[in-house]
Design a binder for this molecule. Structure first.
Ligand SMILES: Nc1ncnc2c1ncn2[C@@H]1O[C@H](COP(=O)(O)OP(=O)(O)OP(=O)(O)O)[C@@H](O)[C@H]1O
Length: 256
């Protein structure tokens, strides 16, 4: 499994108002096998950061590197986007198969089917995305990322558009898969309770420019397995919000 390291990361976007630094001086270290959440308000640059780490956005300054990877170049990264982004003309099975970039074979077919079972969609393999609920589409997106056996999982608010009941079961699924695969997870969220329930460590981000302003270590304070009803979760989530509040002002995430 691989760790993530960023040093002095800076990202500038151009707009009609001129260049704007969206990320500035972001330093980040995620250990191999660690589950880290990034908590921050809308527009602080969380997705921008994941896009850079995933390799989708190569236009930045600063350093990004991966430690302890089994690959000599770059670890396999599974990226679950905010929206499921399934290909609408492909069935569930075809969408997952497509991610593997492999030619069809009974072995690959069995692997796809096994992941569909894992996310509770074995009976929906021949459905098209528009025949699935949003929660089901998110589960397909999760299977599509996990089938790659990624060393690093980047999760961009994967539960934010789900109803709370579905989100609760998806969180458990992600925790289960993380334990099983022992991969490294970087989860982006603006839900403090979700962050402290899932992560070993929470990095708090503020906007304008996007930067990490605080860190909340949870491993020693909240042993696993965790109970979603544990009162300490509420206290810790309030602590995370308190770390963020001095940096919040209305419209702070909007371009000045
Ligand atoms: N392609 C782009 N061109 C110009 N500005 C952009 C572009 N993509 C993002 N931005 C700006 O970068 C900032 C950070 O955007 P980003 O999507 O990373 O935020 P975020 O923290 O993920 O927000 P949310 O939680 O709402 O998804 C925003 O101010 C946004 O307007």
């Amino acid at each position: 499994m691989a760790g993530i390291r960023c040093l002095g990361l800076r990202k500038v976007f151009s707009s009609s108002r001129g260049p704007k630094a969206v990320l500035e001086g972001v330093n980040l270290e995620v250990k191999s096998g660690e589950f880290v959440a990034i908590l921050g308000p809308s527009g602080c640059g969380k997705t921008t950061l994941l896009n850079i780490l995933s390799g989708l956005d190569p236009d930045y300054s600063g350093q990004v590197s991966f430690t302890d990877s089994r690959s000599p170049t770059r670890p396999t990264i599974g990226y679950v986007f905010q929206e499921p982004r399934l290909l609408p003309w492909m069935t569930v099975r075809q969408n997952i198969h497509f991610a593997l970039e492999a030619t069809p074979s009974p072995k690959v077919g069995a692997r796809v089917q096994s992941w569909l079972r894992r996310v509770g969609l074995a009976d929906y393999y021949d459905y098209y995305p528009n025949q699935l609920s949003t929660g089901m589409q998110h589960r397909v997106a999760l299977a599509r990322a996990l089938i790659l056996d990624p060393e690093v999982m980047l999760l961009d608010e994967p539960f934010s558009s789900l109803d709370e009941i579905t989100a609760m079961s998806m969180r458990e699924e992600v925790l289960e898969l993380w334990k099983e695969q022992q991969g490294t997870v970087l989860l982006v969220t603006h839900n403090p309770l979700e962050a402290v329930y899932l992560a070993d460590r929470v990095l708090v981000m503020a906007a304008n420019p996007g930067r990490i302003i605080a860190e909340l270590e949870l491993t020693g304070r909240l042993p696993r397995p965790r109970d979603p009803e544990d009162r300490r979760l509420w206290e810790l989530s309030r602590e995370a919000v308190r770390l963020l509040s001095p940096h919040l002002r209305l419209g702070s995430a909007v371009s000045d």
